[in-house]
Design a protein around this ligand. Structure first.
Ligand SMILES: Nc1ncnc2c1ncn2[C@@H]1O[C@H](COP(=O)(O)OP(=O)(O)OP(=O)(O)O)[C@@H](O)[C@H]1O
Length: 314
C-alpha cells in the first residue's frame, strides 16, 4: 500500500524565515506517526501544508496519494483535522455546529457524535460561545473523528484537556489505528507521543533532527535528578565520583552531614539509584526535562525560534 502522507524536500518560507526546511516525511498506512518538536519548530506549518491551508514555497507533498492542492474538497472529506488553534464562534449550540460540519464531511454514522461527545464529557446542548477552551477543543476532536476518516491529522490535540480526557483521546487514537486508520499527531509533549505513536519525527527549527520508531528515540532517556542523602558511613568526596561513574552529570554539595545531589542523567537511572540506595535517602526527585531542553542537549540544535522574532500573522 502506498504511504498516506509523503513529502519530499518540503519547504515553507515566510520572508527570510524558513519555517519548514527540506522535510522528508513518510507516513505508512495504519500507523500512528508522531511529529514532535518544541514550540515554533514547524509542526503547524507542516500540517497546514498537508491540508492545503497554506502552500509550500517548494517541494512536494502527497496525502492519500494526491496533491492537496489538486485534491480539494474530495480529499478533505477523507481527512479528519484538528487545527492547532481550533477557533469557533457563533450563536449555535455544539450539536448544531457539528451538524453543519457533517454536511461538508463524509457521512457520519447515526449516534456517532453523541457517543464521542459522551466519551469526552462534552455537553452538546451548550451554546458554543459559552464553552471553555477545553470544551471547544473537545468539539474540535469530535468533528475530526465523527466521519471515521481514513486519515486523522491532529495538531496538538490535547492542549487544554485534563488528564482523564487526554487518556480517553489516546484511547480513541488507538481504536482508529486498530480499525486500520492512519494518524499524524503533533505534540510538544513527549509522553503523549510515547504512549501513542509507532513512528516519530523530531522537528527543530523546521528540520527533522531525528526519526525512527518510538523505542529508538533518545529523547526519553534524559532525566533531571535531585537527591538528599545522609551518608551511611563517611563516604567523603567518593560519592560524587561514584555518581559521576553511574552517569550523573551535576553537582554534589555536602552541608551539615547531608549530601545534596543535583544533575542530569542520560540513558537509564538504575546505576544512579543503586549508588544512592547505599545511603539514607531523605529525598529524591526524578523529572522529565521539557522537550526543548532534550532536543537541545541530545541533538545539539537550538530548539526554539528566537523570541525576538514573532510571526507575521496567525
Ligand atoms: N504566518 C506566519 N508568518 C511568519 N512566520 C510564521 C508564520 N507562521 C509560522 N511562522 C514561523 O514559522 C516557525 C514555525 O512555526 P509553527 O507554528 O509551524 O511551529 P510549531 O512547531 O507548530 O509551534 P507551535 O506549537 O508554537 O505552533 C516559527 O518560527 C513561526 O514564528
Amino acid at each position: 500500500m502506498p504511504p498516506v502522507i509523503e513529502t519530499h524536500a518540503l519547504t515553507k518560507r515566510y520572508g527570510s524565515r524558513t519555517a519548514v526546511s527540506s522535510l522528508e516525511l513518510t507516513v505508512e498506512p495504519g500507523c500512528v506517526f508522531g511529529l514532535i518538536g518544541p514550540n515554533g519548530s514547524g509542526k503547524t506549518t507542516t500540517l497546514r501544508m498537508l491540508l492545503d491551508i497554506i502552500r509550500p514555497t517548494s517541494g512536494q507533498v502527497h496525502v492519500l496519494g494526491i496533491s492537496p492542492r489538486a485534491g480539494g474538497a474530495a480529499l478533505r472529506r477523507r481527512i479528519g483535522y484538528v487545527p492547532g488553534d481550533f477557533r469557533i464562534s457563533g450563536r449555535g449550540r455544539g450539536r448544531t455546529l457539528l451538524e453543519h460540519f457533517a454536511q461538508v464531511s463524509a457521512p457520519v454514522a447515526a449516534g456517532r457524535v453523541e457517543a464521542l461527545a459522551q466519551r469526552l464529557g462534552l455537553d452538546l446542548s451548550r451554546p458554543v460561545r459559552s464553552l471553555s477552551k477545553g470544551n471547544r477543543q473537545k468539539l474540535g476532536l469530535v468533528q475530526a473523528f465523527m466521519h471515521d476518516p481514513e486519515l486523522l491529522v491532529l495538531d496538538e490535540p490535547t492542549s487544554g484537556l485534563d488528564p482523564l480526557v487526554q487518556r480517553e483521546f489516546l484511547q480513541m487514537v488507538a481504536e482508529a489505528r486498530a480499525a486500520g486508520r492512519s494518524v499524524l499527531l503533533s505534540s510538544h509533549v513527549l509522553s503523549e507521543i510515547q504512549q501513542s505513536a509507532d513512528q516519530v519525527a523530531v522537528l527543530s527549527r523546521g528540520k527533522v533532527v531525528a526519526q525512527g520508531d518510538v523505542a529508538s528515540l533518545r529523547l526519553n532517556r534524559l532525566r533531571h535528578v535531585r537527591a538528599s542523602v545522609v551518608p551511611a558511613r563517611d563516604t567523603g568526596p567518593g560519592l560524587g565520583d561514584e555518581l559521576a561513574a553511574a552517569g550523573l552529570q551535576g553537582t554534589v554539595i555536602r552541608q551539615d552531614g547531608t549530601i545534596h545531589v543535583q544533575g542530569t542523567v542520560e540513558g537509564g537511572m538504575d546505576a544512579v539509584i543503586k549508588v544512592l540506595a547505599r545511603h539514607r535517602v531523605l529525598d529524591l526527585a526524578v523529572e522529565e526535562p521539557d522537550l526543548e531542553e532534550s532536543v537541545l542537549r541530545l541533538y545539539g540544535e537550538p530548539a526554539a525560534a528566537d523570541p525576538g522574532q514573532g510571526r507575521e500573522s496567525g
